[in-house]
Ligand binder design. Structure first.
Ligand SMILES: [Fe+2]
Length: 156
């Protein structure tokens, strides 16, 4: 099980809340994988999680990229590239599950991908934002706000 700690902090409240929601959802998914025989409610949860991840990928990434660009974060391009890689994985995952249903192997792959993402991408890339903010680098576009980042289902 993953646990959000200060290590994951980016210095931007809305981004951190989204990361926490992602961790909560991935932990719930991990519990479902222990004895994989989802009932109707659990299957529904997995469908909602896929929706959440789609929202996360499209909205959260966008806001995070704008924030990194505004603070002239040196890892901005690396972050954007990693997001594109995640989006490509997710599109392929969605195609597979829409064709074949949410099979155990798909869920295992999704869990492994997102867990790895949390431990590597958030810790190594997203947290660089905190350094840019603390370093006092003035935003290029002071109107950039993270306030629009409201998930449709932060705890599905
Ligand atoms: Fe990121």
């Amino acid at each position: 099980m993953l646990q959000w700690t200060e290590q994951f902090a980016t210095g931007v409240g809305h981004i951190d809340h989204q990361h926490q929601a992602l961790i909560d959802n991935i932990n719930q998914l991990e519990m479902l994988l222990v004895n994989f025989s989802p009932n109707k409610q659990e299957y529904q949860f997995m469908l909602q999680l896929v929706d959440f991840l789609e929202f996360y990928a499209k909205s959260h990434f966008n806001v995070e990229e704008q924030c990194m660009e505004a603070f002239r974060c040196p890892v901005h391009a690396k972050n954007k590239q990693a997001h594109a890689t995640f989006l490509a994985f997710f599109e392929e995952f969605k195609t597979q599950y829409q064709l074949n249903g949410l099979r155990r192997e798909f869920i295992e792959t999704l869990h492994a991908m997102v867990s790895g993402w949390i431990m590597e991408h958030i810790l190594q890339v997203d947290t660089q934002l905190k350094i840019c903010i603390k370093g006092g680098i003035a935003p290029q576009n002071p109107t950039v706000s993270t306030s629009q980042l409201t998930p449709p289902a932060s705890n599905v």
